[in-house]
Design a protein around this ligand. Structure first.
Ligand code: AMP
Length: 113
């Protein structure tokens, strides 16, 4: 059973896609938790941080530079932002396809909930 993100990558269901290249996709979260809430996902099906293979290291590095560039393009790099990756049950992960939440547009609190 493909995850919702795999179905978005395959264009089976619509999404508000803000960036795409051969390795990854960025889309606006359907239930935004901040004025800017974008999900950056690899096209490769990787379930979570815990499911990463050593050979995925370069891909993960690429995701970070995409996040850096997107934050600039979305106009939040100067004011600041938070990047969150939930892993597993206690981490609050609900979709089993690796994704980075890029959250911005309001002050973030610490510690997180
Ligand atoms: P997580 O709880 O870390 O697994 O994050 C999953 C995120 O995916 C949540 O913030 C959801 O709001 C978001 N989400 C679920 N379905 C969709 C969708 N169809 N389009 C965009 N975002 C979605």
């Amino acid at each position: 059973m493909p995850t919702i993100f795999k179905r978005i990558i395959d264009r089976e269901i619509p999404a508000d896609i803000v960036y795409e290249d051969e390795l990854c996709l960025a889309l606006r979260d359907i239930a935004p938790q901040a004025p800017t809430h974008v999900l950056v996902i690899p096209k490769k099906e990787i379930a979570s941080i815990d499911a990463l293979a050593d050979e995925d290291a370069a891909l993960v590095g690429r995701l970070w530079t995409v996040i850096r560039d997107l934050a600039r393009q979305l106009g939040v790099a100067e004011t600041g932002y938070r990047v969150v990756v939930n892993n597993g049950l206690d981490g609050g992960q609900t979709v089993d396809h690796l994704h980075f939440h890029l959250l911005a547009g309001r002050p973030m609190r610490w510690p997180p909930g």
